[in-house]
Ligand binder design. Structure first.
Ligand code: GLU
Length: 515
């Protein structure tokens, strides 16, 4: 096999969503598995649809996800430029070659005429009439008009486009790496525009010219491009080029209900569908990102790999290297894959648990320091160690563990009302004293002295530990109590518990009064 070269070819029409990221991932995995190149090409032939900031977003998102291109805009490579607008002058000659081969023609129709054609069948129940072998001779083009007229219209330079002349009743077939044999009858296909009136090629022409010139071996892309492949193969044939191999990926579906996952689902279901935050032109957050919502890139990648691919074993956690090793186009699934955010959360949780404390520290320290500038590295590391088994996302660390950095904001009253008696107050003070006497308080020793004190005095763990926990942290939901105490230290625990006991006594008094 010649060198494997796979391109990811987004159009800069808005931020890259998880569907696009999955395509890029599969492109990358396949290229790397075969020791080949992963290329980023920006398909910006349609200036009207361009959304500023997209290219930068795509580069940043790929970088964050760890699937960085070997070649691309701003990266370099031997097949550049990698932005189609920078390759503008290259395409016309191939369109002319297609005309010379009798497989394309000039067309001069105005947009009104095109609308008229499209709508001409409505009365007969045909919602959209195609520009094709049946209708082309009634339109304004170099097949229907005389040579003189064509010359005149070309000179006038208005609405001059080039269209493919799709043959009548021919079958164009290919073997898709995912779907197997696929074929289209050309009667279903229209005479697509390949050069626009503004002198820019359309996606179809630019795409195949660049795939050819960039020596792309495999085109792995979304299934919405399946029927275009017939047009593309028609051009490859006419130009005498060997087409790349094609693999069309199934859709990513909404978590529930019908249809493709869309950006509107982010608000509807309350989870991100974009890798990074996307801001509108005023700088307001328009769509939230996985990164900013506390997802680890490795987890998102692992999750996305499974949205449409299956290793055929029970293994679920795959490092990028393992994915590269195991990935194959034959194990891609043909049906759509449901976007299950709970599964994504599960992956994230696994990756957080597996991750080193130092790695998590590098990810969350900046935001911790924003709120708690005095937090030391060693304190943050121990905090991470205690919390990382409990959180689902990196964004959970602070909301779920803020009490490591400041006093509890409130106490879980229900438990206090149920369990606390002022008669027990001294036991808690004694426990704090014992803890205060420990020379080197760590989780183990703290547990030892508290447990034996509770046992010796037959106080019952259920009466003591919840109150101690709530006094120090405010909540029943926290990591190991003894580790928490050891990290907070003697002074903090004592101060907090004294303050809490004053409050608990009031709760108790109120309870007695209520009775
Ligand atoms: N520019 C197309 C897109 O935005 C690329 C399709 C392809 O990969 O051929 O999806």
């Amino acid at each position: 096999m010649s060198r494997v070269r796979v391109r990811f070819a987004p159009s800069p029409t808005g931020p890259l969503n998880v569907g696009g990221l999955r395509t890029a991932l599969y492109d990358y995995l396949f290229a790397k598995k075969h020791g080949g190149d992963f290329i980023l090409r920006i398909e910006d032939t349609d200036a009207n649809r361009e959304v500023p900031g997209t290219e930068d977003y795509i580069l940043k998102a790929l970088k964050w996800a760890g699937i960085e291109p070997d070649e691309g805009p701003g990266i370099g490579g031997n097949y550049g430029p990698y932005r189609q607008s920078d390759r503008k002058d290259l395409y016309l000659k191939y369109a002319e070659e297609l005309i010379a081969n009798g497989d394309a023609y000039y067309a001069f129709d105005s947009s009104d005429e095109l609308t008229k054609l499209r709508e001409s069948g409505i009365a007969d129940g045909i919602p959209s009439v195609k520009y094709n072998f049946k209708t082309r001779m009634s339109m304004s083009n170099s097949l229907s008009l005389s040579e003189d007229e064509v010359l005149k219209l070309r000179e006038r330079g208005q609405n001059v486009t080039i269209r493919l002349k799709m043959p009548e009743n021919e079958v164009i077939g290919f073997s898709d790496e995912v779907r197997g044999d696929v074929s289209f009858n050309t009667n279903e296909l229209d005479d697509k525009i390949i050069m626009k009136a503004d002198g820019m090629p359309t996606y179809h022409l630019a795409n195949i010219v660049d795939d050819h010139l960039m020596e792309i071996s495999h085109v792995i892309r979304g299934e919405e491009w399946l029927s275009s492949t017939a047009h593309h193969l028609f051009m490859y044939r006419s130009l005498g080029w060997t087409p790349p191999k094609f693999a069309h990926l199934s859709l990513i579906l909404k978590p529930v209900g019908k249809g493709k996952l869309s950006k509107r689902d982010s608000a509807a279901f309350g989870f991100p569908v974009f890798p990074l935050d996307w801001h509108d032109s005023d700088g307001n957050l328009q769509f939230p990102g996985f990164k900013e919502n506390g997802y680890m890139p490795e987890a998102l990648i692992n999750f996305l790999a499974f949205l449409g691919w299956n290793p055929g074993t029970d293994q679920e956690i795959f490092s990028k290297e393992e994915l590269i090793k195991e990935f194959s186009l034959t194990q891609l699934v043909k049906s759509g894959a449901r976007f299950d955010i709970d599964k994504c959360k599960w992956f994230n949780q696994q990756y957080i648990m597996q991750s080193s404390d130092d790695n998590i520290m590098s990810l969350i320290k900046p935001s911790i320091l924003q709120d708690y500038p005095d937090a030391t590295d060693s304190f943050i590391l121990s905090f991470i160690d205690l919390m990382k088994e409990r959180v689902v996302t990196l964004s959970d660390f602070i909301p779920q563990g803020y009490f490591f950095f400041e006093e509890p904001k409130k106490y879980e009253e229900k438990m206090i009302r149920k369990k606390y008696k002022s008669e027990n107050r001294d036991y808690f003070l004694k426990i704090l004293d014992l803890f205060g006497n420990l020379e080197y308080p760590n989780a183990e020793r703290t547990q030892e002295i508290i447990k034996s004190y509770v046992e010796e005095n037959e106080l019952g763990f259920g009466n003591i530990l919840p109150i101690l926990r709530i006094g120090i942290t405010g909540t029943m939901k926290g990591p190991d109590l003894f580790g928490t105490m050891a990290l907070l230290g003697k002074e903090v625990c004592k101060t907090r518990m004294n303050k809490a006991l004053d409050h608990f006594d009031k709760v108790y008094e109120a309870k007695l009064n209520d009775a």
